[in-house]
Design a protein around this ligand. Structure first.
Ligand SMILES: Cc1cc2nc3c(=O)[nH]c(=O)nc-3n(C[C@H](O)[C@H](O)[C@H](O)COP(=O)(O)O)c2cc1C
Length: 215
């Protein structure tokens, strides 16, 4: 038997915190689909570097171009404004050991704050675009803005698509699976899977990848 959840908010769903369902669709925590975590880095208007801990994205292309599709960036963030102004951004993949540093950039988020200092990250300049990058990341992706689209039309979030211009990979991650797909590799967000029987909330979880087989 399948549990059926429609567009109408299920009244038995309890929020994990008061504003949860002001921010997120109940479908997100109904499905609980994991997506990779990363940091978006941009310049603020005043020249200070900005870090945004982010997820809700996918990465794909064809032989002519490769895209970072950030499906759900909040329009109120510095990052959204910075990307609109600069027309570019970097994506930085960090291991789970950097989680607390990335959360520190959420709590130090003023216009005047150097968020690289707040997170104790080293800044390097992107090679092909005007954006800061995190030295400690094992992969840096330089993107130019391809398109933004407010999918719901509600003025809350936007799908921001970057066209990848350049990728830098730490040499120790250049071979094999162990570094990229283990505790030192990609960090994933498991978005707060709701108890669909009782409606009770659960916390989000942070995961790493465990390879089961090769194809
Ligand atoms: C795992 C995770 C947790 C987050 N937690 C928060 C949070 O508690 N509060 C918040 O405002 N944004 C949270 N965010 C969203 C953004 O990281 C945050 O709004 C960011 O600081 C916006 O930065 P900016 O305004 O400098 O672009 C979270 C993102 C992720 C991926």
């Amino acid at each position: 038997m399948k549990i059926s959840i429609g567009k109408e908010f299920p009244q038995y769903f309890q929020p994990a915190y008061p504003e949860e369902f002001e921010l997120f669709s109940h479908f997100e925590i109904t499905a609980g689909i994991p997506t990779v975590l990363f940091a978006i880095t941009t310049w603020k208007e005043n020249g200070k570097p900005n870090v945004c801990f982010h997820s809700w994205s996918c990465f794909h292309g064809d032989k002519t171009a490769f895209f970072a599709v950030m499906g759900n960036l909040y329009q109120h963030t510095h990052t959204y404004a910075n990307i609109q102004r600069e027309q570019c951004f970097c994506i930085n993949f960090l291991p789970i050991s950097a989680y607390d540093q990335l959360v520190a950039t959420i709590h130090h988020n003023d216009e005047e704050t150097d968020e690289f200092s707040a997170g104790h990250f080293s800044l390097v300049h992107a090679k092909t675009i005007h954006a800061p990058m995190i030295q400690e990341a094992f992969i840096n992706m330089e993107c130019t803005l391809k398109e933004t689209r407010d999918l719901s039309g509600a003025g809350i979030t936007s799908m921001v698509i970057g066209q990848v211009q350049h990728i830098s990979v730490e040499e120790t991650y250049a071979q094999g699976y162990e570094k990229r797909y283990g505790k030192d590799g990609f960090m994933m967000l498991v978005p707060a899977p709701q108890d669909l029987i009782t409606g009770e909330p659960n916390p989000s979880a942070i995961a790493t990848v465990h390879i089961e087989k090769y194809d």
